[in-house]
Every structure is written in C-alpha cells, then in structure tokens.
Write a protein of this length. Structure first.
Lengths: 266, 430
C-alpha cells in the first residue's frame, strides 16, 4: 500500500481531541450495530474510517452529529462529546450540534435550488449573516474554500442540480463549510464520482485539514491512505484498530487489519 | 463430488419446434396489441358518443331568440308624471313605472303573435328606459326575448310534420312563429341570460349564473378547509407520526374514507351541520364543509404520495446543516411535494365540483331564482342545476340541461388540464 510521501505524519497524541467517543454501542431495534467503540478525533488530522461493507463505520459516523436520531428504533449508548460536552445530553441542542458538526453525504445531494441558495441556506437559518453583503461574503468564501468559486461565480443563480457530480459534491462541501462548522463528517464522499472528481475532492480535503476536524468514511483504502493521517479499521461493529495511517498501512498490529488492507477479504 | 451429468446437446435455434414457438410469441404479442387498441377504440367511441349527443342537444342552449316590437314609451301607459321624471328623483320614478302594462300594449301590436313574448320581456323595456330616460314619449323598436316554445320553433326543434297532438306545440303557436318569421321580427343571438341568470320556471329565462356562483362559493369553502387540513395531516403522518399500529390504523381509515359513498357524507352533513350545529340549510357554507370532508382523504393520500416521493437525501442534507424538522418540512419537503399536492387537490376539487349526492341531503336541491349573495344564502351548484333541469317536463329545459353539462365539462377539463400542466411543469426527476 502506497502512502503519499508528501503527506505529513499525524500530529502527536498529546493534542486535545475535538471529539471523543467512549464505549459507544448502537442498536437498531434488537440488532447491535456498534459494539463498545472508543475513539478520539482531532482537528489537526483527517481521520479515516475503513472497513468492509456493513461494518458499522457509517453508522458510527452518523452518531457523531446525531443523524441516527432520525432513524426509527435507533438507540445510542455510551458517551460522545464535542469539546468535552456530551452531545447526547438532554441540554444539547441537536440543531446547533449539526451546525457545528457538518456532514457531506455519499451521494451529492444539493438542494434543487440555485448554487447561491444552496450555500446561503445554512447561514440563513442559523442567522449568521445580518445583511445581504454579509451573506454574499459567506457564500463566496465557502465556495472559494471548496474550490468551486471559479467554476460557480458566473452561474450562482443556476440550479445546483445542473452541475456535474463532482461539482455537486464540492457544492455540498461548500454548503457544510458555510455554517462554519468545527467538524466535517464525510460519508464516502467520492463513491459516486469519477477518478478526476475524486482527486479534486481529495485535494480539497487536504486543504481543509487543520481548519476543521475531518472524519471520512471510505471504502477505498488508497483514498484513506492518501487523505488521512489517522485511520480506524472497523469490523463487525467493533473498532479493531486505530492508529496513524502510516502505521495502519505499513505495520498493522492486528491480523484482521492486515488481512483487510492486503485484500484478503472485504 | 456430484455424479457426471449427461452431455447436453447444443440448442438447435432453427428447429421447427423453436420456429413455431417464436411465431406463437409474435402472434400473442400482435393479438395483445390489437386487444388493447380495440379496448381504447370502444372507450373512445363511448366518450365521442356522449360528447356528440351533449353538443348536439346543448349548443342551441347558448342561443336565444328575440322578437322585435315597437314600443311607445308613453308616460300615460307607464303611469308616470313626465314632470317628476325630469325632477331630482327621476330615476326612482322611472324604476317604479308600470312596464308590464307597456309591454302588454306593445305586444298587442304583434297581432297573431301577441302571446309569444316572454313573461319577463318587460324587464328589457325597463333596462332600456333606465339607460336612456330620453326615450320617454318616443316610439322605438326593441328586441325582447320570446317564449320558450317560439324559441324552440325558431331553432327547428319540433317535428312539424307530426300530428298536432303529439308534436308538443299547438297550431296557434306555430302560426304565431310563422307570422313573426314572415314579418322578419325574429333574430337568434348569443344567450347572455343563460350565463347571468339564476334558475327560473321559464326556460328562456333560466340560467346557470346562480349555480356557477354557488359552485364557486362552495368550492371556496371546500378548498380553504380541505387543503390545509389534508396537507397538514399528510405531513404529520409522513414526517412525524410514530410508526406502529396506530399509524397503520389511521392509514387504513383514511384509505377507507376515500372510498366511502358520497351520500354518506351528505347524511353526516345533514345530521351534524344542519340538525346539530344549526347551520343554514342550502347554503354554500354547509355544502363546502360537507364536500371538504369528502375530498380530504383524497388530498391526504395524494399529499402523502407526493411527500414520500421527495428523496430522503434532501431531508438528510437539510438536517445535516442543522435545519430543524419543521424547517426541513416547510422549506424543503413541502415545496418539492407541492406539484404533487396541487395535482391531487385539483383532482379532488374537480370531484367535489361534480358532486350532487351529498348536497341533495343538505338542501342544495333548492329552486333558487336569485344569484346567491353570500356563503350563507341559499344556493344551488352546477351539477345540481343539471339534475334539476333534467327533471323538468318543459321541452325548453332539454337544451339548457345539455348546455349546462357542456359548461360543467369545460370547467372540469380546464381543471384537469391545469393538474396535468402543473405535474409536467414542476415534476422533478432526481
């Protein structure tokens, strides 16, 4: 497995984590989807969740911004905190949590509205802009940071759904960025994209690193190796191994991790 | 290991059995297409026959025959004082004048056709004089409506070769009509009274104006009650209701409610709105509520389908950037579901527009000669007018019935076209 040589090593373990999960169990009705997962996510690193289909990595990701709340019969146990604040506490406002922990989905899902409206929607509902000019600035900076400004600036009033798949996904990233989140969760953001669009998104993730804590779920191990500094390997609902990406891909401690990344199964 | 299977022969695609199988398949396909086309032709010819008979009987309902009479607006006949007319209350004096006497006098000038003018012909004289008071004391020609029989004779609706007792029109009336024709005193033109008037015992005066307005009032009430209730129910059921036995029971009940015969809703309206709540009988208000109950399940079902068709990814996207469930519903789901909701609503409204049975029971089967003034005043509706006229023994109502049906059909076609247009125009593909 090739690790991008340009990639920086993961920042040390003494950094204060942005999000921590302790002994998290997730149930869908009677079925347990996640078993005793504990993990720390830091702002400085991109964290990748890898593992075979159905291993629970997406489920766990969706616990981090409580998107599982919308699933009937889903139940989360354990403690997940953002800046040491329990996100499942009754005092936690889910709406605000989701503004602070943004999400990018597997399939690009721009609203069937103009490009501008797509990006402006979040700031607007959270009251982040007082005047039209503020909003324009937020939209422009979000689109710039998502690397979409040059392509989108002349067509801000065109429908977001008329863009190409890769552009749509970057629009979704811009939409997430526009509410100024602290964490961005990406659920297989490139699985519906062609290799060129994928490369563009991966570059973007690298550019966004440091400013946001990024957690990416991916099926594609090369992608995990390319974009992340920390990698977590999930299998059958358990966290098998969590370490620096370079360590996971060159010197995994667990045989299951080794078998998976060398293509023995999955 | 399994036992070795016998060697399989290569398939002979050219064998006679294979060829006949292929031919049979093509035959079945051809027959099925023919069957489908035949079904369509049969259905279309029924429809064509229906439309043909309605148009044949109904088009003349939009026309009305008028006769020219010479009228002397003499103050003596009218019973007014010319001095008072030129005074400050001139209009009021003129409005109170005796136009019936004036009309009778003018009709005597028609000789054998003296009895051919409509009972309401004097109204024309009044309108004429009120519009132009200067006519007082002058002799002018005025076109006034004729009796329904003369109107039908002019439209060639009677078989005059039949014996007098079976053709439905007396010799005297035929004579009168012939005389008017000879004198060139008849003309047939657009029947504006048909659209402006309410019901009447005289076919030449009866119109759908009252019924159309009654329908409008009724549908207005129906829409403002059924649309918000139906859409909100659908939103709650789709987006917020806990899944489980209760939701299943509600769903089943709604589906059942949509299939309940409409007369049952009429009974409910009678028992509850009229007898219990004491709301005004025959009023568009009660009619509207009753029809709203009837079409609400239709709107709920259509809205639920439309809401369900909004992809979950849009909900995820909005929730994912911190929209509250209410914001998700009102800013994303409902706008996207709106074309579907509107389509369902229009179809429901069209059904309500064509409904008579429940309205029979709440007293909208009334003979109302005035155009309704408000939501609580007695009114009838368009299909009910059709029903009432189709029941009438007078020959003149036959064409009115068909003409009213034509108007109803045109409105229904327009509404359904709008539904289709909305669906095609705003339908999204994901």
């Amino acid at each position: 497995m090739n690790v991008n040589p340009a990639q920086q090593p993961a920042i040390g373990h003494n950094v204060i984590p942005k999000m921590t999960a302790r002994d998290v169990n997730v149930f869908y009705g009677q079925k347990q989807a996640i078993k005793n997962v504990s993990i720390d996510v830091t702002s400085e690193n991109v964290t990748a969740f890898i593992g075979p289909s159905g291993c629970g990595k997406s489920t766990f990701l969706r616990c981090l911004n409580r998107m599982n709340d919308t699933v009937d019969g889903a139940r989360v146990e354990g403690r997940i905190s953002l800046d040491a604040q329990d996100i499942y506490a009754p005092t936690m406002d889910v709406v605000q949590l989701r503004a602070r922990v943004g999400m990018v989905f597997q399939k690009p899902n721009p609203f069937p509205k103009s490009i501008y409206e797509n990006v402006a929607y979040g700031p607007r509902i959270h009251g982040l802009a007082r005047a039209k000019a503020d909003l324009d600035n937020i939209v422009e900076s979000a689109l710039r940071r998502a690397g979409l400004w040059d392509e989108a600036k002349d067509r801000l009033n065109e429908s977001g759904t008329a863009m190409s798949g890769g552009q749509q996904q970057r629009l979704c990233i811009a939409r997430a960025i526009a509410v100024d989140p602290e964490v961005i969760l990406m659920d297989e953001p490139c699985s519906a994209l062609d290799p060129i669009a994928t490369a563009r998104i991966e570059e973007l993730i690298d550019e966004l690193r440091g400013r946001y804590a990024i957690v990416i779920v991916t099926h594609n191990m090369q992608q995990a190796a390319r974009v992340s500094q920390k990698t977590a390997f999930f299998h059958l609902g358990t966290l098998v191994e969590y370490d620096d990406t370079s360590a996971i891909f060159t010197n995994p401690r667990e045989t299951r991790t080794k078998d998976y990344i060398t293509g023995r199964y999955g | 290991m399994t036992a070795a299977l016998p060697e399989r022969q290569p398939t002979d695609w050219e064998s006679p059995a294979m060829r006949s199988r292929i031919a049979g398949r093509y035959r079945a396909e051809r027959n099925f297409r023919r069957l489908g086309a035949a079904a369509l032709v049969i259905a279309a010819s029924f429809l064509a026959f229906l439309l043909f008979t309605i148009v044949r009987d109904g088009w003349s309902g939009f026309l009305r025959t008028e006769a020219r009479v010479e009228v002397s607006f003499t103050p003596a006949t009218l019973g007014v004082d010319p001095a008072a007319v030129s005074g400050p209350d001139g209009a009021a004096v003129l409005a109170r004048a005796d136009y019936l006497a004036l009309m009778n006098e003018a009709a005597r000038g028609l000789g054998p056709a003296a009895g051919s003018l409509s009972d309401a012909a004097w109204l024309v004289l009044r309108d004429e004089l009120l519009a132009k008071p200067a006519l007082l004391g002058q002799r002018v020609s005025v076109w006034v409506p004729v009796r329904s029989t003369i109107d039908l004779l002019a439209k060639d609706k009677f078989d005059l070769s039949a014996p007098a007792d079976s053709r439905g029109v007396s010799d005297r009336e035929v004579e009168a009509w012939r005389w008017l024709e000879r004198e060139g005193r008849l003309r047939t033109g657009f029947n504006s009274a048909f659209f402006g008037n309410a019901d009447s015992t005289e076919p030449e005066l009866a119109g759908i104006g009252g019924a159309v307005l009654g329908s409008l009032f009724t549908l207005f009430i129906t829409i403002i009650i059924a649309l918000p209730l139906g859409v909100l129910s659908a939103v709650w059921l789709e987006e917020f209701a806990p899944k489980g036995r209760l939701a299943d029971v509600i769903e089943l009940s709604i589906n059942n409610l949509a299939a309940v015969p409409s007369i049952i809703f009429g009974l409910l309206g009678l028992a509850f709105f009229l007898n219990f709540a004491g709301l005004p009988r025959s009023s568009p208000f009660v009619g509207g509520i009753t029809l709203a109950l009837m079409i609400m399940p239709v709107i709920v079902i259509a809205s639920r389908v439309a809401i369900k068709a909004v992809p979950p990814s849009i909900r995820d996207a909005a929730l994912g950037i911190g929209a509250s469930p209410i914001q998700v519903v009102f800013q994303h789901v409902l706008p996207l579901a709106l074309p579907g909701i509107m389509t369902g609503t229009i179809i429901g409204i069209a059904r309500a527009l064509g409904e008579t049975a429940p309205l029979l029971l709440i007293g909208m089967r009334a003979f109302v000669t005035d155009v309704p003034q408000g939501l609580a005043s007695p009114a009838t509706v368009l299909p009910m007018q059709v029903f009432l006229w189709s029941d009438d023994v007078q020959r003149g109502f036959v064409e009115k019935t068909s003409a009213a049906i034509l108007v109803l059909l045109i409105i229904l076609i327009a509404m359904n076209s709008l539904a289709i247009y909305l669906r095609n125009r705003f339908e999204r593909r994901w």
